[in-house]
Write a protein that binds this ligand. Structure first.
Ligand SMILES: [Zn+2]
Ligand SMILES: [Zn+2]
Length: 627
């Protein structure tokens, strides 16, 4: 998150807690307020007798706006030691128990600096501008003001309205915040320190942006996102189903959804098949030993699905990589064979917690469009370049190439990494070279590499500007080591290859969810489950419709004829509800002239053209995967 927007967002979290103390509960126990993208929030534990919900948010937003207009200053204060930090917290009595827990935690970590930020306003103005505040609130802060005046942290003519244990950054004064640029939005529950069994806090969320306009734009985007929700569209268009008997996180693809999935999978393979990739196939489970060797047994721990066989114990595979390592190692490759490239869209299984599952975007059976490259260190740059060009082509076709960017994750100064400095140096340079050579707009993420190697992650924006991390290219020095992989080099010696993991769409389930929302269900022709609907004006024209439909089928187009008893206008409406790209209307004139009258769903255009021409155009649109 950029610092400039972080400051007001973070400052607003302080104002939010202050507003709660003033107007709702002077004895509220404050938790923490982590910064998140687009949002600010505060976790609070309200006194038991207080009823609080989303109905309160409007008034609370108004109070915060008022606090902003008071032009409150943020003043830094460093406590002398832990004892003073605790003493300050004592002003709140039991309500400071979470903050005190944090202070103890800091002390255990050896932290000696306890920094606070005080909000202050002129004392003379306080009774008037805070006339709405609860009496207990005023009493607590009168004592606090007296204390800090005595410490010389504020002047006698200043009044403290809030304080928090915090490191910043904040605005200097609330004048810097546009009172129209934020709004409280949601109330949720969250365990203290995200730990089950801890007290359930009330998490109050607000949206905050640099200006009123930006906030409005974001709210419109959220509204649009709600309309595009893949769960709603997916059900309306019969793309997939969730069955309680099958289980959460295990979506079932309906025929319509499978058409989309197959088109995407076939396209992915088409992009790879002429670039030296071979298809491989691996089973859905493997002996525990495989994942103990790969390290995944440790890494995934409780997320692994265990399968008990009569002789051996198995895991449902959490990753495809170890399988592919075995395929490689069963060959005696020479340097002339390198790089070796495997491709397999394959499903992996992870036992995500039920609460975290979400339709297509978070599932338990995840199909990765997986691929592994085995190459020499000197070949990394070239290979990464080829994968990057595949990624660019794929997302251009999807209409998501505008504004994409790439994170190049490299080592940090302190982290623990596997592999020699020399190899890391070479791999990081190779990724950077590829990023530059292929014109990838990249940002370097220091200390963001995996322990096993540097990587490139690709971020793409959908039609409403939401960013998704989708494709990835990762170098790996770890697995070749663990599986003792080697090829024979020019000197007739065993040489260790580097493995490159790459995924273009990431998970095909999540990707379909993203595509449904990106296109809002209005898929381009090549992805549309039904591409053309022939609608006869009267029953006697059905035969001609069927002739045309057969002609389409011969050309691999997915066309249907509406032979239902519905009225003509209902048929048109149904085809439109299904967002079918082309409705072809057939009446007397069309039959006589061998033409079709078409309505284009996306552009609302209408035209009449020869049937042959229409079909030829659609074939072209399909093969070109036009948007
Ligand atoms: Zn702060
Ligand atoms: Zn992999």
């Amino acid at each position: 998150m950029e610092l400039e927007i972080l400051k007001p967002r973070h400052s607003l979290a302080h104002l939010l807690a202050q507003a709660v103390q003033q107007t709702i509960d002077p004895h509220v126990a404050l938790g923490t307020w982590p910064a998140v993208e687009d949002w600010f929030y505060y976790d609070v534990l309200l006194s038991e007798w207080i009823e609080f919900g989303e109905d309160n948010l409007k008034d609370l937003t108004k109070t915060i706006q008022w606090l902003v207009k008071q032009n409150q200053s943020f003043i830094f204060y460093k406590a002398k030691d832990k004892a003073e930090a605790e003493k300050i917290m004592n002003f709140y009595g039991d309500a400071s128990r979470f903050k005190k827990e944090l202070i103890t935690k800091f002390a255990d970590k050896g932290i000696t600096d306890y920094t606070f930020y005080l909000n202050v306003i002129p004392a003379a103005a306080a009774p008037k501008v805070l006339s709405y505040a609860r009496e207990e609130y005023m009493n607590i802060y009168q004592d606090i003001s007296d204390y800090f005046a005595k410490q010389g942290a504020i002047n006698d003519d200043q009044f403290v309205t809030f304080l928090d244990l915090c490191e910043g950054p904040h605005v200097e004064t609330t004048k810097e915040i546009d009172p129209g640029s934020f709004v409280l939005d949601t109330v949720a529950g969250a365990y203290w320190q995200a730990k089950e069994g801890n007290p359930m806090m009330t998490r109050i969320y607000g949206l905050a942006f640099a200006s009123k306009d930006e906030l409005k734009k974001h709210q419109e985007m959220l509204e649009e996102a709600r309309k595009r929700d893949h769960r709603v569209i997916g059900q309306k268009m019969k793309l997939f189903s969730i069955s309680p008997l099958v289980g959460a996180g295990l979506p079932l693809l309906q025929p319509n959804g499978m058409i989309i999935r197959r088109e995407i999978e076939e396209y992915l393979w088409e992009l790879h098949k002429n670039k030296g990739y071979s298809r491989v196939r691996t089973p859905h489970l493997a002996k525990e030993d495989l994942y103990k060797t790969s390290g995944h047994a440790d890494k995934f721990g409780d997320e692994l699905f265990r399968v008990k066989g009569s002789d051996d114990d198995f895991f449902m595979k959490p990753m495809n990589c170890p399988h592919h390592m075995q395929i490689f190692s069963d060959n005696l490759f020479s340097y002339r064979d390198m790089p070796v490239r495997y491709f397999e869209p394959a499903t992996v299984y992870r036992d995500e917690k039920t609460g975290q599952l979400s339709w297509l975007t978070r599932v338990r059976a995840i199909t990765q469009d997986d691929g592994h490259l085995f190459c020499r260190v000197s070949q990394i740059s070239q290979e990464v370049g080829t994968v990057a060009s595949i990624i660019k082509e794929f997302y251009t076709t999807m209409g998501m190439i505008d504004g994409y960017w790439v994170r190049l994750s490299i080592r940090g100064p302190e982290g623990k990494y596997l592999g020699s400095d020399e190899v890391w140096e070479k791999a990081e340079t190779a990724l950077k070279d590829a990023a530059e050579k292929y014109d990838l707009p990249y940002k370097v993420g220091v200390d963001e590499a995996a322990f096993y190697g540097p990587k490139l992650d690709f971020m793409f924006k959908d039609a409403i500007g939401r960013e998704w991390q989708l494709a990835t290219i990762q170098c790996d020095f770890n697995l070749p080591e663990r599986f003792d992989l080697a090829f024979i080099n020019e000197n007739n010696e065993r040489e260790r290859p580097v493995v490159i993991h790459r995924a273009i769409s990431g998970s095909l389930e999540r990707f379909m969810g993203v595509m449904i929302e990106h296109f809002a269900g209005v898929f381009p022709l090549w992805l549309a489950p039904t591409q053309i609907m022939f609608v006869p004006v009267a029953e006697k024209f059905t035969d001609y419709c069927q002739e045309l439909q057969e002609e389409c089928a011969k050309n691999n187009l997915r066309a249907k004829v509406d032979t239902s008893d519905d009225s003509f206008s209902k048929k048109i409406r149904n085809a439109e509800l299904d967002k079918i790209p082309y409705i072809a209307i057939i009446g007397e004139k069309e039959v006589n002239d061998k033409t079709v009258s078409i309505r284009v769903y996306k552009t609302k255009e209408q035209a009449t053209l020869s049937a042959n021409e229409f079909i030829a155009e659609r074939v072209k649109e399909y093969t070109e995967r036009s948007l």
